[in-house]
Write a protein that binds this ligand. Sequence first.
Ligand code: ADP
Ligand code: MG
Length: 323
Amino acid sequence: VPSEFELIARHFTRAPRHALLGVGDDCALIRPEEAHQQAISTDSLIEGVHFLSNTDAARLGHKALAVNLSDLAAIGARPRYALLALSLPHADDAWCAAFARGLFELADAFDVDLIGGDTTRAPVIMINLTVIGDLPPGAAIRRGGAKVGDDVYVSGTLGDAALGLAALSGQATLEPEDLAYCVGRLEAPTPRVALGLALRGTASAMLDLSDGLSGDLAHIARASGVSAEIDLSTLPLSAALEHQPLEEAHQWAISGGDDYELCFTAAPALAGAVRAAAQAAGVMVTRIGRMVNSNSVPVKFLQANGTAWTSCSSSHDHFAGRE
Ligand code: ADP
Ligand code: MG
C-alpha cells in the first residue's frame, strides 16, 4: 500500500508553469499578476452526496476541477492555480492515477497549476478543490449588477445533467445515445472559461448554474434588486431533452442542477457584443428573457400565451432527495 507521500509524489506533483514554488514544501509561492486582482473559490464533492459511489475516477478528477473553474468563469476571472484536499478510505494507487489523469487533462487545457493540497483518510471519498484566478480591477462580473430592461442569457443547453442523474438512478429511461450524452454532461461538464472572459465589459451580472436556473437566477435577481421574466419556449434544449415530453423537459431545464452553464444579463444595446463574445468563445448563447421591476417573485416563467407557468414541483418528484 503506498504511503500518503508516495501518492502525492506519484500522482499530484508536477512542475508548475506559473507558480514560484509548487507541491512539496509547507506552502506554495505565487506571484500575483502585476496590478491584477485575484479571484479565489472552493468547492467540495462528497461521495454519496455529490456523486454516485461507482463514478469513474478520471471523470471525478475532471469534474472536481471543472466545477471550480466554472466559478472563476462566472466572475470573469482567468484560472491560474488549484489546491486539492483529498480524503480517501484507502490509499488506492489506481484510483489516484485515474483521478489525476482526469484532473490534469483539464488543468492543462486551461493552463492551471496544481500547487498544493492535503491527502488524508476518511470513511468516504471527499474532494475539495480551491482555485485561484486573476482579473484586472473593475473587470469582475458580479451577481448584483443586473438592471431593469437587461436581457437574460444562458450558455449551452439546460437540464441535461439532471436528466442524466435521473437515468443513472433509475428515475428516467433514455435511449443509449441520449443516456451517454446526458451522463457525459453530468460527469464531465465543460467550464465556460472563454465565455466568462469574453463577457468582461458586456455582462452586467453573471453566475454559473449549479443548482438549477430557477434558484440560481433568483440569486442574480435578489442581489440586483430586480425580477426576471423567462420565456419558456426559448429555453435551449438538447436533443436528449427534446425527446422528453415538453412539460418534463421544461421542468429539467428550470430545476435541474449541475449544468455549469453561465447565466448572465446584458443591456439590450450590447446584444451584438454578447453575440461576438459567444462566437469568440465558440459557445452557444441564447437570450431567454429580461429583467423587470422587482415584484413578488424573483423569477417568473412565461408560457407562449403570456401566462405564468406554475412549477409542477407538487406533481413531479424528480428532484426529491437531490442535494
Ligand atoms: P504538511 O504536513 O506541511 O501539510 P503535507 O505532507 O500534507 O504537508 O503535504 C506535502 C506537500 O504535498 C505540500 O506541499 C502539500 O501542499 C502537497 N500536497 C499534499 N496532498 C496533495 C494533493 N492531494 N495534491 C497536491 N498537492 C498535495
Ligand atoms: Mg498537510
